[in-house]
Ligand binder design. Structure first.
Ligand SMILES: NC(=O)c1ccc[n+]([C@@H]2O[C@H](COP(=O)([O-])OP(=O)(O)OC[C@H]3O[C@@H](n4cnc5c(N)ncnc54)[C@H](OP(=O)(O)O)[C@@H]3O)[C@@H](O)[C@H]2O)c1
Length: 311
């Protein structure tokens, strides 16, 4: 288990991504994945009000609803750190005070909980003054509806400014960041953002830990047979660097007799400031590789080999 930044949240070192629930995983399969994760000691589940509004027939909130049904069915609400987000659901979009207050009530209702453990701004909203956004988050914390607030997809300057505004106004501060970060997408996070998270002791839960499935090794140049809605995004990494990374992952996976996906997530776990990489599993079988990454410790030489392959 790992402490998330300066919070009192003690989380499993792999966070379970929730955008599959109600999208590529139906209710039964979602329950199987959630059960498998909890049985292995997993307690950190990531969702968003907009999951999975993009899927045909969906309108958003499907992931939260399934997680809520599962928490109720298993009676384990107090054992789980529930993270969700506001800002990108088309019908509740943006970070105005009124929208945050309304979206939080919607999420609480769908999840069937009286508080959200970690509530993220899904992305920056420069059209709303930061003091308004952070005031609205602060009101939720004061009301006991949210334990901690966090940011996703913020740039370093805007994250720094947000922390300064919270301090100036005496508001609750962002305690964690959810950036896009994995072995083939390093530049957005490494550097300024990572430095800021380290300096401010923010917890970091990177998303696309598996680069939409590319870092499982199941996409290869000669094969184009996946029907997954993620395939196009994943295959976009089949370039020189992506192939170098796959070669390094294959080599280490063979030596360690471990799946490529587990090695890729373990590499993320070794990175400065990272508390728990986020990855999703569509099936309980896929989940096994994610769970192994929570235990697998790479050697310094293996980390260097992956670092060198992914620059
Ligand atoms: N803050 C943000 O803006 C943001 C954006 C995106 C995601 N997220 C969060 O991050 C989580 C992770 O992102 P993601 O789910 O989109 O992508 P990901 O974790 O990088 O990739 C997960 C996908 O890889 C495939 N996979 C997983 N394990 C596998 C295995 N062992 N063998 C073969 N394939 C495997 C599955 O896709 P197939 O169905 O294709 O097999 C799975 O859904 C999301 O669920 C969400 O919670 C946040």
């Amino acid at each position: 288990m790992a402490q998330l930044g300066g919070t009192a949240l003690d989380v499993f070192p792999i966070c379970l991504g929730g955008n599959v629930f109600g999208w590529t995983a139906d209710r039964d399969e979602s329950f199987a994945v959630l059960d498998g994760y909890a049985a292995a000691g997993g307690n950190f589940i990531d969702s968003a009000d907009m999951y999975s509004a993009w899927a045909p027939g969906n309108s958003g909130g499907e992931s939260e609803t399934i997680i809520g049904e599962w928490l109720r069915a298993r009676g384990n609400r107090d054992d789980v750190v529930v993270a969700t987000k506001v800002g990108w659901l088309p019908q509740r979009s943006g970070l105005s005070a009124a929208n945050i207050a309304a979206a939080a009530e919607d999420s609480l209702r769908r999840l069937g909980v009286d508080h959200i453990d970690l509530y993220y701004a899904h992305g920056d909203d420069p059209t709303v003054p930061l003091a308004e956004t952070l005031g609205a988050f602060d009101a939720l914390v004061r009301a006991g509806k949210v334990r901690y607030i966090a940011a996703s997809n913020y740039t370093a300057p805007r994250l720094a400014e947000s922390l300064a505004v919270s301090r100036r106004e005496g508001f609750a501060e962002f305690t964690a960041l959810q950036p896009k970060y994995n072995l083939v997408e390093r530049t957005e996070f490494e550097g300024e953002l990572a430095d800021l998270c380290a300096a401010e002791n923010l917890g970091v839960a990177p998303y696309y830990g598996l680069a939409r499935g590319f870092l499982t090794g199941k996409y290869r140049p000669a094969q184009n047979n996946s029907s997954s809605p993620r395939a196009e995004g994943a295959r976009a990494h089949l370039n020189d660097r992506g192939l170098r990374v796959l070669a390094a992952l294959d080599e280490i996976a063979t030596l360690r007799n471990a799946p490529v996906a587990s090695i890729a997530l373990s590499w993320l776990r070794t990175q400065r400031t990272v508390t728990a990489p986020i990855a999703s599993a569509r099936t309980a079988d896929q989940l096994a590789d994610l769970l192994l990454a929570a235990e697998l410790e790479l050697t310094a030489a293996e980390v260097r080999r992956l670092d060198d392959a992914s620059v």
